[in-house]
Design a protein. Structure first.
Ligand code: C5P
Length: 272
């Protein structure tokens, strides 16, 4: 069976506090791109094979999140991961892969784990793989109404960013929670709301990875209606008012030597 591991986008991400164990309290509007990794699960003893454009950045060792996810629920399957998303890039790759393995094993009769956030803070929201507000350290996920299927470009400058390093470099950890989240039926409604919000990890990420500045400036110059970094970076997203503009933008951004893909905000899977 095939499970999609869609790229996770923190459309907005406020860091609102810090727990005693060092983890940060977040308030994030999360959405998913139609583009992502792909997981194939076949009957057999637990194993992992990784292929695809970004396979080289990732070892199929026992620590791989796909295998940790399977072991957490006692699942057995021959797993093939097609790694289409850059590794350590703020779009949830590892968490999305782990969540897809858990969803696949659930379809094979296993229960979902009680604390999926133990695998990674983004695993609970990636299990839902649909628009949501994410709070706590990632374990509180509140589903939101669907978003319009807006054209979108993802772009990564090819620099792996360490999430703990970015959290550690933050100057303020007591930022306000998100403003009330309305239903977004149009691009303008979403971008208007996004302008009231931030990604609090963007400033520290830009400090350690100046290429993010270039990516955001380049997204602006391609006519993105809105551009921002996702997660702890370095992947940034641009929202566009037409699929044609997004496709042209991705082509231009690739000319910088960056990874760029034109896609759209994912729609919920059809029922059944
Ligand atoms: O859970 P995940 O593996 O994605 O987190 C990577 C690192 O990011 C954690 O070890 C922690 O340093 C930091 N983090 C955090 N607060 C969160 C999520 C992650 O400080 N809510």
């Amino acid at each position: 069976m095939i499970e999609a591991a869609r790229a996770k986008l923190n459309l907005a991400l406020h860091v609102t506090g810090r727990r005693a164990d060092g983890y940060h309290l977040l308030d994030s509007l999360v959405a998913f791109a139609a583009y992502g990794d792909e997981l194939r699960l076949e009957p057999g003893p637990l194993s992992l094979r990784i292929e695809g454009p970004f396979a080289e950045g990732l070892a199929a060792d026992p620590d791989n999140l796909c295998l940790r996810a399977a072991r957490l629920v006692g699942g057995e399957a021959a797993i093939t991961l097609t790694k289409n998303l850059p590794v350590a890039s703020g779009i949830g790759g590892g968490s999305a892969d782990a969540a897809a393995v858990l969803r696949g094993l659930e379809r094979m009769g296993h229960s979902l784990p009680e604390n999926p956030e133990k695998l990674g803070a983004d695993v609970p929201v990636c299990l839902l793989s649909a628009p949501a507000r994410m709070e706590g350290v990632g374990e509180i996920v509140t589903p939101l109404p669907p978003l319009p299927s807006l054209p979108l470009v993802l772009v990564n400058p090819g620099v792996a960013v360490s999430t703990p390093q970015i959290f550690a470099a933050m100057e303020r950890r007591d930022n306000p929670v998100l403003p009330p989240i309305p239903r977004f039926d149009y691009l303008d409604a979403l971008t208007g709301w996004l302008r009231l919000t931030r990604n609090d990890l963007e400033a520290p990420a830009r400090a350690v990875c100046p290429a993010i500045d270039e990516v955001l400036a380049a997204l602006g110059s391609t006519g993105a209606a809105f551009a921002r970094m996702s997660g702890s970076g370095a992947t940034c997203f641009g929202l566009y008012d037409s699929a044609g503009k997004a496709a042209t933008a991705a082509k231009m951004l690739k000319q910088h030597g960056w990874w760029a893909v034109a896609t759209e905000l994912a729609q919920p899977p059809a029922a059944g």
